[in-house]
Design a protein around this ligand. Structure first.
Ligand SMILES: Nc1nc2c(c(=O)[nH]1)N[C@H]1C(S)=C(S)[C@@H](COP(=O)(O)O)O[C@H]1N2
Ligand SMILES: [Mo]
Length: 239
């Protein structure tokens, strides 16, 4: 095969495998899951995730903004409309703990919000092509992991949500100082559609890796599946 024949649309698709938008770029093609191109792209996508994880700097902070730059109202997103967002209430909500953690006692909203909280003003970036700056207040996930006696030498933290959504983070991202269990948005109790009782705010990740309405947190050495990763997006998806 000559070098020239490598510069084909297929080659362009392979290059596209390096970006987050693989699903979008392939959206118009009739590729099936067992297509050899798809198989190669998936392998490259997994490789890309491993490289991204290896170069992630756990001390590098996402940019923070001023209060005046925050969006009001903050945009809503999910695969369904805001009126269908799970309406969790403090009276019956319980956060379950599973996997590699010593203390599996479920947490109430009162237990959760009694933890120390910090505020960050950061940009939430959605792959669908919009971003909004928001002010979130909450507890660093690493503080919570400490309180549940999580094995922080484990590789991942996974999340299950009240709407059937699911996500996972690598441990360095879970322990990152800006990864928060955000109980407030714009200084107010986080509204139902934005994840009450909390949204996991991960400013070093794309929006879809910020799960809302979380009902279970688990610590594991097996890579947790992600709702949008199962639909073609990269697992790592850093910003
Ligand atoms: N439980 C749950 N979490 C979710 C989603 C979802 O559909 N369900 N959508 C994700 C996506 S794609 C985005 S962009 C953000 C939107 O969060 P927001 O409504 O606070 O803007 O939530 C993320 N977390
Ligand atoms: Mo998103």
């Amino acid at each position: 095969m000559s070098m020239n024949s490598l510069i084909t649309p297929r080659r362009k698709l392979l290059r596209a495998g390096f970006s987050v938008g693989t699903l979008g770029l392939l959206g118009g093609c009739n590729l099936t899951d067992n297509d050899p191109v798809q198989t190669v792209l998936k392998a490259m996508s997994r490789w890309n995730d491993r490289v991204a994880a290896a170069i992630f700097d756990p001390n590098k902070l996402a940019p923070e903004f001023s209060e005046a730059e925050a969006a009001h109202p903050f945009r809503y997103n999910a695969w369904y409309g805001p009126e269908l967002a799970p309406k969790l209430s403090a009276s019956d909500y319980k956060l379950s703990i599973a996997g590699l953690a010593e203390n599996k006692k479920p947490w109430t909203v009162e237990d959760l919000t009694a933890m120390p909280q910090v505020t960050q003003i950061t940009r939430h970036v959605c792959v669908e092509g919009w971003s909004d700056i928001g002010k979130w207040t909450g507890t660093p996930l690493r503080e919570f992991l400490k309180r549940i006696g999580a094995d922080t030498t484990a590789k991942y933290v996974g999340f299950e949500c009240a709407d059937g959504y699911y996500e996972g983070l690598d441990m360095p991202t879970a322990m990152h100082p800006q990864t928060l269990m955000a109980f407030k948005l714009a200084g107010q109790t986080i509204p139902t559609q934005h994840g009450y009782p909390f949204k996991l705010r991960v400013p070093t990740k794309l929006g879809f890796k910020n799960p809302k309405f979380i009902t279970t947190i688990f610590v594991t050495n097996q890579e947790p599946r992600g709702f949008w990763t199962d639909r073609g997006y990269n697992w790592f998806s850093g910003t």
